[in-house]
Design a protein around this ligand. Structure first.
Ligand code: NAD
Length: 254
């Protein structure tokens, strides 16, 4: 059922939240747009400007690795200036109240952690772009280190100082394996919850998009908050096609 207006949406959500024993929040890029980080698929979103670089292309060419890092550093100002939005703060309030044991996110922007959710309770399905990893030995690199080398080498992506492997932001690219532990934890929370809140995701990126479906099949209530239609609107108990910050701000508890 599509909530007809913001007030009804908030009332319905309030009832479901109060009745819920365990909430599983599941977030996508839409929760961070009000923080200044564009999503992929909205008009003017990242997708329309830069098609993502698939993992095999990153591995195959130095030019692609250079380009990946050029794009990452071009977005540095946006990412480092971003602060949690109203959606993040509302979900952090559910977490503090003991209603949401963790958050499952497709986002890579670290904003759930900044909103006060402990890092161990942020289940990042697509990794995190605030640091980098060597694809060979797994060594962690800070972006400042990568940037220095990149700049010194005239925009050439550096390789690992220890093993020579390629260094990549700690994100999961298209074509790259999903992190097994995070997938297991997300599945567990999905199965444990009685209210699954999909917030700001177009729900087209798989396998992440399978979680709302799994929750619903397992008997949980499913609420989708997204300003555009999604593929799962038909099976949702409540569909809220409104601005995320507006709908979730009444749930913020300071
Ligand atoms: P998406 O871009 O496919 O979908 C975002 C959805 O959010 C869109 O349907 C859009 O209509 C909606 N939306 C945007 N702002 C909104 C608002 N204020 N209120 C309500 N709805 C709003 O994003 P996705 O489903 O997360 O998939 C894209 C992939 O890209 C993700 O897997 C993620 O890893 C990555 N990504 C992450 C970030 C980030 O970390 N902030 C940003 C862009 C892309």
């Amino acid at each position: 059922m599509i909530a007809p207006d913001v007030e009804t949406a908030i009332d319905e959500l309030q009832e479901l939240v109060e009745a819920a024993r365990v909430i599983a929040p599941f977030t996508g890029a839409g929760i961070s747009t009000e923080c200044g980080i564009p999503d992929f698929r909205s008009p003017g979103g990242l997708w329309t400007k830069n098609k993502p670089i698939p993992f095999d292309e990153f591995l195959a060419s130095q030019e692609m690795r250079d380009e990946a890092w050029r794009r990452r550093f071009a977005m540095e100002a946006q990412f480092s200036a971003a602060r949690p939005g109203r959606g993040h703060l509302a979900l952090a309030s559910f977490y503090r109240a003991g209603k949401a044991p963790a958050v499952i996110t497709q986002n890579i922007d670290n904003l759930h952690q900044s909103s006060g959710i402990s890092a161990e309770h942020v289940i990042e399905l697509h990794g995190n772009n605030s640091y980098a990893l060597c694809l060979g030995c797994g060594k962690r690199y800070e972006l400042s280190w990568v940037r220095q080398r990149f700049t010194d080498a005239r925009e050439r992506a550096p390789d690992c100082a220890d093993c020579g492997g390629h260094i990549k932001t700690a994100t999961v690219s298209f074509g790259q394996a999903m992190p097994e532990r995070e997938m297991r934890r997300a599945e567990q929370l999905t199965l444990d919850c009685d209210l699954f809140l999909a917030v700001g995701s177009s729900l087209v990126v798989w396998p992440a998009a399978g979680f709302p479906l799994l929750a619903k099949r397992n008997g949980a209530r499913l609420v989708i908050i997204n300003r555009e239609a999604t593929e799962f609107d038909e099976i949702a108990d409540v569909v809220i096609r409104q601005d995320i910050g507006t709908v979730l701000s009444p749930f913020i508890v300071h």
